[in-house]
Ligand binder design. Structure first.
Ligand code: FAD
Ligand code: SF4
Ligand code: SF4
Length: 490
């Protein structure tokens, strides 16, 4: 019986070794391991795993192809729904999405869908089979899903001729890149404007190398999009260098997609947050990932003390604390709820624990304490207990009376979440935002301003890579319909 075989986990670097380097933690599957893990899939007719994937990757089909060692076919099948399998296989919260609904997980261990998808994506990058010619056009939502392998699901292999229309994309994260790729395949001339000096958004500046290799994976995935004819212009801040209004009125673009993410960090508002040694996780990770700050000769050095406290419990907090550990600091997580509520991916929490990260759970900082020269010396915290559920359905943490204590440290990293930067909304006429500062957009990405579409974290607030990709794809379709139904001179 297929479900009697134990789930195959990918081999990983030894925790003690990897806690001192930035190399990727997981080695991924070999072809034999992939085929063997694929053989566990029951090929369920009702496909609960597909229903729980935000972009409905045809999971049973691609797994059947992996089992048959038709890796090119599996790559073509995934490409019908997802542009970046190497990335999503690494960073999707599979336990709450595809794998969370796998029937094998009811009494045992779900199929390792994430590692299978990563294997296929990496195989395709290595074999260079998912280059522009092999990436399909955005699928027709009304089309019947293929029931057999890739040959039947064969993607369109020639790029359509240019249709004479230009679309501008603001931001080169997963939302912007997906939108740009789909529009390019529909014949648009697409220009992506990116504020930073490297494209990729959080994929390059946020998620560390030990989880998502930059050159080996992200740069090669972006190269596939450039090969579609998408033009990426870096160091252009829309709202400063050029405005959205100028793109539409003066620069000849028929529509604009805003995928500018949510890069503005929250702080706690507690005393001592302005001391030297307190930093946002976004700044800390950007310095490490994008500016190579851990190199001794870096122009933008990074500070970690011998002891670092990271406040928060999400992926960003795990990435920051594990980066601090790799930079030689004793590193602790301080999180106000319990282990069950930690919002980070299960794999990252597991890896962090293996690497020796200290978890101070049900603990909340109330003050950052400084020394006489204005540098952090400790965080004063209070123990918490869980009370009644709050608006999100989670039990609210409440302070335990007389439980204050200090955690000595020289560096405090705040990983409390982010909101969209207000720059674009404040420099674009007629663009509505909600009370959280997010752009207001329909599920298809239409904003309050005609010709301006938006998606990803800029609309939802901090969310996930796959949700941003899904939003970029839906917006590309909506932009196509908008441009097709308006008369623009081309
Ligand atoms: P972004 O990826 O933020 O890209 C937006 C881009 O727009 C950026 O490059 C930015 O520089 C650019 N930009 C902003 N303003 C302007 C402007 N005015 N002009 C030009 N360009 C502009 N998600 C997961 O699914 N799994 C994970 O494990 C995970 N880990 C994460 C770890 C960290 C440290 C962080 C920060 C996030 C993580 N996320 C994770 C969340 C995920 O990365 C985001 O939800 C996703 O990247 C959002 O994509 P996006 O395209 O909307 O925005
Ligand atoms: Fe699972 Fe993400 Fe792949 Fe969907 S895209 S199947 S959620 S890993
Ligand atoms: Fe295979 Fe699990 Fe999906 Fe069933 S639910 S088709 S076993 S991956």
């Amino acid at each position: 019986m297929a479900n009697k075989i134990s789930r195959i986990e990918a081999r990983e670097q030894d925790p003690k070794t990897r806690a001192r380097n930035f190399e990727e933690v997981s080695f991924g599957f070999t072809p034999q391991e992939a085929a063997s893990e694929a053989s566990r899939c029951l090929q369920c007719k009702n496909r609960p795993c597909v229903a729980s994937c935000p972009v409905s990757v045809r999971i049973p089909e691609f797994i059947a192809q992996v089992r048959a060692e038709d890796f090119a076919g599996a790559a073509a099948t995934i490409a019908l729904d997802s542009l970046f399998p190497s990335i999503c296989g690494r960073v999707c919260p599979q336990e709450s999405q595809c794998e969370g609904s796998c029937v094998l997980g009811i009494k045992g261990q779900p199929v390792n869908i994430g590692k299978l998808e990563r294997f296929v994506g990496d195989w395709a990058l290595a074999a260079e089979v998912s280059g522009p010619a092999a990436i399909p056009l955005a699928p027709d939502p009304a089309a019947t899903p293929p029931t057999t392998g890739a040959a039947e699901a064969a993607p369109t292999t020639t790029l359509p001729a240019r249709n004479g229309h230009r679309v501008a994309v603001v931001g080169s994260g997963p939302a912007g890149l997906t939108c740009a790729a789909d529009l390019a395949r529909l014949g648009y001339e697409v220009s992506v404007f990116e504020a930073l000096h490297r494209p990729g958004g959080v994929l390059v500046y946020g998620i560390p190398e030990f989880r998502l290799p930059k050159e080996r994976i992200v740069a090669r995935e972006i190269a596939k999009i450039v090969a579609l004819g998408v033009h990426i212009e870096t160091d252009v801040v829309i709202g400063r260098t050029l405005t959205v209004d100028q793109l539409l009125d003066d620069e000849g673009f028929s529509a604009v997609f805003v995928g500018s993410g949510a890069g503005l960090p929250f702080f706690m508002g507690i005393p001592g947050e302005n001391l030297n040694g307190v930093v946002s996780a976004n700044e800390f990770l950007t310095r490490a990932n994008l500016m190579g700050a851990f190199e001794p000769c870096s122009d933008t050095p990074i500070f970690v003390g011998t002891r670092t406290v990271v406040v928060g419990g999400g992926n960003v907090a795990m990435d920051a604390v594990r980066t601090a550990k790799r930079l030689g600091s004793q590193a602790s997580i301080v999180y106000r709820r319990s282990a069950e509520e930690l919002p980070a991916r299960a794999e990252e929490i597991h890896h962090a624990r293996e690497e020796g990260i200290d978890f101070q759970l049900l603990t909340n900082p109330v003050e950052v304490l400084g020394d006489e020269s204005g540098w952090v010396r400790a965080v004063r915290c209070v123990r918490m207990e869980l009370g009644a559920p709050d608006a999100s359905g989670r039990r609210s943490p409440v302070p335990v009376p007389d439980s204050e204590f200090e955690i000595p440290c020289e560096c405090v990293i705040m990983a409390l979440g982010t909101s969209p930067n207000p720059l674009i909304a404040s420099t674009t006429s007629g663009l509505d935002t909600n009370r959280r500062g997010c752009l207001v957009a329909s599920p298809e990405g239409a904003t309050s301003r005609s010709g301006v579409f938006a998606g990803g974290d800029a609309v939802t607030g901090a969310a996930t890579v796959i949700l941003a990709m899904g939003a970029g794809r839906r917006a590309a379709q909506a932009i196509h319909e908008y441009v097709s139904s308006h008369s623009f001179s081309s």
